[in-house]
Design a protein around this ligand. Structure first.
Ligand code: AMP
Length: 287
């Protein structure tokens, strides 16, 4: 396993990657907030597999947390993260302080319209401006690269893809499949917040998605029926309080009225104070 270089300064990280590219290397970049799990590791392996250099960032971005959210308690374990990153083939990690990332109060932010309005954007109004802004900064620091994001945060993947295209960033955004626990729960750094009862209940999201997608693929093409089934299945779990459940057009993220085209089923629910997200694609006949 190659030694891992940890960069606390943006200049040092940028210079290293510029040098690597100048000698012909391609760069695969995985932005994270740390407290890594197998979902993050799968992105790192994908970055390593398709590029000469796999690099990552570990930064808990204050800009994307609302005042009442879990910024101060967000789980952190840098040593373990570096071990997992190195084992996945990552050789350079940017781990800046908040002061390094935001030396002065930020006046410039990136806002992506329309696709940020619903779902996570409705529940967390400042969230996507915070995400888009930090990802734009990170893309500017990393330079030309492929950047790997999980489908776990499907709306985030759509937002980042659109931002990179709209702003002609020299970055190819690559979406990667959701990695799950054996019982179907999508891996998330926030799963550690769940009580044993909530953890036992949480796979309901994956079960509900699986059932609804199977119904769609078996020929149920009434979107209202599919959505109602999803709502009922989550409502049947008393630990879960549904936030949203919707079948959407996979590229515009607008609620779908039919299944004529790529569709995604999105769901979010509270388990106590922890909000969990999940989603699944429909490969319906004719799609
Ligand atoms: P985070 O550290 O939560 O900001 O996530 C960093 C990246 O890992 C994002 O692109 C996430 O979508 C991705 N990710 C998080 N959980 C999973 C998962 N279970 N499977 C695949 N990718 C994931």
């Amino acid at each position: 396993m190659a030694a891992i270089e940890v960069h606390e300064t943006i200049d040092g990280f940028r210079a290293t990657l510029d040098r690597a590219r100048a000698s012909g290397a391609t760069v695969g970049f995985v932005p994270t907030m740390g407290y890594l799990h197998d979902g993050h590791v799968s992105l790192m392996r994908a970055a390593k597999g398709a590029n000469d250099l796999a690099v990552a960032s570990i930064f808990v971005n204050p800009l994307q947390f609302a005042a009442d959210e879990d910024l101060s308690t967000y789980p952190r374990d840098l040593e373990r993260d570096l071990d997992l990153s190195a084992a996945a083939g990552v050789t350079h990690v940017l781990h800046p302080s908040v002061e390094e990332m935001y030396p002065t109060p930020i006046l410039t932010t990136v806002t992506v319209a329309d696709i940020t309005r619903r779902f996570e954007g409705a529940s967390r109004p400042e969230h996507f401006a915070g995400v888009a802004t930090v990802v734009a900064k990170l893309f500017s620091m990393v330079g030309p690269c492929r950047a790997y994001f999980g489908e776990k945060d499907f709306q985030q993947l759509a937002v980042v893809t659109r931002m990179a295209a709209d702003l002609s960033m020299p970055v190819e955004v690559v979406g990667c499949p959701i990695v799950r626990e054996p019982d179907g729960l999508a891996m998330s750094s926030r799963n550690v917040y769940l009580s044993p009862e909530q953890r036992a209940a949480a796979p309901v999201l994956h079960r509900a998605l699986t059932e609804v997608v199977a119904a769609a693929e078996a020929g149920e093409d009434d979107v209202a029926v599919l959505r109602a089934r999803l709502v009922d299945l989550v409502a049947g779990e008393e630990e879960a309080a549904l936030d949203y459940a919707e079948v959407v057009d996979a590229s515009t993220l607008e609620p779908a009225v039919d299944l004529a085209g790529p569709r995604r089923v999105l769901v979010a629910a509270h388990f106590g104070r922890t909000r969990l997200l999940d989603n699944m694609g429909i490969s319906a006949p004719g799609v």
